[in-house]
Design a protein around this ligand. Structure first.
Ligand SMILES: NC(=O)c1ccc[n+]([C@@H]2O[C@H](COP(=O)([O-])OP(=O)(O)OC[C@H]3O[C@@H](n4cnc5c(N)ncnc54)[C@H](O)[C@@H]3O)[C@@H](O)[C@H]2O)c1
Length: 257
């Protein structure tokens, strides 16, 4: 079978919702044992139920990726069951605002989850991967490489996710570790519904339409579409790919304008 993840231990952060949930389900369907690190363990229950219903293997752990001690302790627990072959750094939070209305506390919050969370997870798994090889996939964004209005703190964080990807890919290429990132445009997940609700109350429908149209293809992406790209990049079929970012954007970066 192509794209098999049989006997692979995969760690997915934020696997309880949206893109992370789709990745967890798709990877488990390919035979992986999926370990979900989730801030909201209740969310992860749904993912686990879905995976187990189809005979897959998954375990969830309550974990705030921004907390290094917490991440290290969960990773130690997982390592007792075997090597971690694949890490998917997916957990992330949104923030809307330009530099004038972005508070210091907003910057810290977005930094702690999106940047430090990614760092914490990579730091926790890297020594094991140095011995056995592995794959790291980071969830960046179109905001990593093009200007998106009103996303000052978020863009800062996703730019860092992209450049951390290049740094890890370079430093660990000789150890058999591949590191890539995915840059989605708007994907329809609770993350999108949540920030529309919070930031455009009363205008939800109009904002949803507007955000759909910002992709030249005319709609938002689906979590499964991202999960299938993630599967390819984490599979042995992608063994020649490292240090690369993959936009999945309905034409957003190259076809707008
Ligand atoms: N949806 C989009 O349009 C879009 C576009 C580009 C990039 N992304 C990125 O994709 C990733 C997933 O987005 P989504 O839309 O599926 O989001 P989502 O909000 O639907 O899911 C994110 C999950 O991460 C978990 N999480 C949040 N903070 C955490 C923490 N500190 N520790 C552990 N878990 C935590 C949440 O509980 C949630 O289950 C994010 O990194 C996001 O920035 C999303």
């Amino acid at each position: 079978m192509k794209f098999s993840l049989k006997h692979k231990n995969v760690l997915v952060t934020g696997g309880g919702s949206g893109i992370g949930k789709a990745i967890s389900i798709v990877f488990a369907g390919q035979g992986a044992h999926v370990h979900i690190l989730e801030l909201h363990l209740d969310n992860a229950k749904d993912t686990l139920t879905e995976i187990k219903r189809t005979g897959g293997l998954a375990t969830s752990y309550a974990c705030n990726v921004a907390n290094q001690k917490g991440v290290n302790s969960v990773v130690e627990t997982i390592l007792k069951t075997g090597n971690i072959d694949i890490l998917v750094n997916n957990a992330g939070i949104a923030h809307v605002g330009n530099i004038e209305n972005t508070l210091e506390s907003d910057m810290d919050k977005v930094y702690n989850v999106n940047i430090k969370g990614t760092y914490n997870c990579m730091q926790a798994v890297i020594s094991g991967m140095k011995e056995n090889g592995g794959v790291i996939l980071n969830m960046a964004s179109i905001a990593s490489s093009v200007g998106i209005s009103d996303r000052f703190a978020y863009s800062m964080s996703k730019g860092a996710v992209l450049t951390m990807t290049y740094s890890i890919a370079k430093d660990y290429i000789a150890h058999g570790i591949r590191c890539n990132s995915i840059s989605p445009a708007r994907i329809h997940t609770p993350f999108v519904d949540g920030f529309i609700e919070a930031n455009y109350p009363g205008n939800e429908k109009e904002m949803f339409e507007n955000l759909s149209k910002t992709q030249p293809i005319g709609r938002m992406g689906k979590p499964d579409e991202v999960a299938n790209l993630a599967l390819y990049l984490c599979s042995d079929e992608a063994s020649f790919i490292t240090g690369t970012d993959f936009p999945i954007d309905g034409g957003f970066i190259k076809l707008n304008g």
